[in-house]
Design a protein around this ligand. Sequence first.
Ligand SMILES: Cc1ncc(COP(=O)(O)O)c(C=O)c1O
Length: 340
Amino acid sequence: AVDSTIRFIRYYWIARGQPQRDQFISIEQGYHGSSTVGAGLTALPNFHAGFGIPFDWQHKIPSPYPYRNPVGEDAASIIEASLAALRAKVEAIGPDRVAAFYAEPIQGSGGVIVPPKGWLQAMRDLCRELDILFVADEVITGFGRTGPLFACSEEEIVPDFMTTAKGLTSGYVPMGAVFMADHVYQVIADGAGASAVGHGYTYSAHPVSAAVGLEVLRLYENGLLENGVKAGARLMAGLEALRDHPLVGDVRGRGMLAALELVSSKTTKTPLPAEAQPARRIFDRAWDNGLVIRAFANGVLGYAPPLCCTDQDIDAILERTVKTLDQTLEDPDVRKALKD
Ligand SMILES: Cc1ncc(COP(=O)(O)O)c(C=O)c1O
């Protein structure tokens, strides 16, 4: 899906008579896949080192990361900083050179980073003002993960492109999809005229995946989204209640996408010591406790439980989280690192 947007965006600008608009901007700690061009929009060092990317047409601005933003945790200041960073980047590249800006409504693989309310809308508006296309990568957030069908609708924004996958088929079979706004479609269609737009894959519109997608959509609309909203509220409330745990520095998320960020000091926000090996030791411990999380190397624990969770399922996730945290607190290297 991400690769397809890059092709369509280039096609769009060429059709609009501005072929020089070939520069793309995304966000530090963002993830947009590991295909050749997607991995260059991705801004995680492991996806670049040794692969010769990002390409020189792929640029980044800082993440809004509220817990660790140099401007502090105030929403207005964070939004202002991101707007200034995008303006400055476009100015530096050349205002008539930038094709598109990519953002995840919540940065998933970067550590479940939730921008403040209003951030997405402000970035979308600025893209319109600067006449650059706005791409919302909803591969993780789409299809009820954060509550509504799409996270963009929470801020009442309509992006120029939206990329989706995962929840499109609930992950049971592979399928990705690109949504494009009518005005973008029209420019591409007019540009192509009578000729075909040469884009498509061997497995495009695969009937098995499409059939699963349709059935999944029926389930979403017949109660699953609603259940996800209810279960998500219970999950977030339960995780919020863990703020007082000595290891929990930050609790964040929306709906059924959440994270705890573990620290050895709440005042200095010092990450857990490297010896704690969160990605391995805490993951294994959680697994042994019957809890499936995504444990990041920096001590962030990510949650994305299925939308069909019952109250009992959510309570079990929370109980097993407490058990995992308490066990980690007993680790000698973690105890030694604890500062407050
Ligand atoms: C936001 C986002 N975009 C795109 C992708 C697609 O990545 P992949 O190249 O693994 O299919 C992912 C996968 O996790 C994602 O989280």
